[in-house]
Design a protein around this ligand. Structure first.
Ligand SMILES: O=C(O)CCC(=O)C(=O)O
Length: 245
């Protein structure tokens, strides 16, 4: 891993967020945008109603090659593996999100499981942005280092994870980026989204390690894998090893 990617790994582990700029070329971004639009049209959500967040999820997104490639992109997987310290990430959730102008943004929260602490860095999210985000429109804001408060504390089995009130504090800082960048987010970091005045689109995946995770995550893995085994939806060959637990 080169020193730039190593810095991203260290920043994500330390602050909860890091940004890889210029991940996609101009041409790649154009192809991704056009596939993204097609995916929404195919799903019957092509129309851009103001102030709406519309997500598409699941393996059917893999029928769009430029979208699929991001979920299993070697560089992204390598960075995710290095952040989590697990060799082969499991793809838990794959999704796209599209917000239209006028959306109020997202309130302060953590994607840590309420009332539960977890071993450190068992989950990791990435989002490839199709549009710029900046403080005045759509920046993701976060409290650097807050993810660590959701982790087990050795020698303190009674340690409790932060409450909703704890998370609702000042001190959130914006992460700004240009279209074609990747944002790595430790799910537990306290985060929010500033009000949105432009089209804000991204492709995202949430990964888990295959080692020891929290009790709730263990249940989610079991439920997800049961659904996947029962599903008849095709899974592309190059996604299969990350899709199966
Ligand atoms: O849209 C985003 O950048 C993040 C949304 C969010 O906070 C979430 O889905 O948990």
């Amino acid at each position: 891993m080169d020193s730039k990617d190593r810095e991203l790994v260290n920043a994500a582990r330390e602050t909860g967020i890091s940004v890889l700029p210029g991940f996609l070329s101009v041409d790649e971004l154009e192809v991704l945008r056009s596939e993204f639009t097609r995916a929404y049209e195919d799903a019957g959500c092509g129309e851009l109603e103001p102030a709406k967040r519309v997500a598409l999820r699941g393996i059917s997104l893999c029928q769009y090659p430029a979208i699929k490639r991001l979920f299993v992109h070697p560089r992204i997987l390598k960075i995710v593996s290095a952040i989590t310290g697990g060799p082969s990430p499991w793809l838990w959730q794959i999704k796209t999100n599209r917000y239209t102008p006028g959306h109020p943004g997202v309130g302060k929260h953590s994607d840590g499981f309420a009332g539960e602490v977890s071993p450190p860095h068992t989950r990791q999210a990435m989002a490839v942005f199709l549009d710029d985000i900046w403080e005045e429109s759509g920046a993701l804001t976060y409290v650097p280092g807050s993810h660590k408060l959701h982790y087990e504390v050795s020698g303190n089995p009674g340690y409790e994870s932060p409450s909703t009130e704890d998370i609702n504090v000042d001190g959130y800082v914006p992460a700004e980026l240009k279209a074609g960048s990747v944002l790595f987010r430790v799910p537990e970091v306290w985060h929010a989204v500033n009000p949105i005045h432009h089209l804000r689109r991204y492709v995202t995946a949430s990964y888990s390690i295959r080692g020891r995770v929290s009790g709730l995550m263990e249940q989610k893995i079991a439920e997800t894998m049961k659904e996947r085994r029962e599903s008849e939806e095709p899974v592309p060959e190059d996604v299969r090893e990350y899709w199966d637990y």
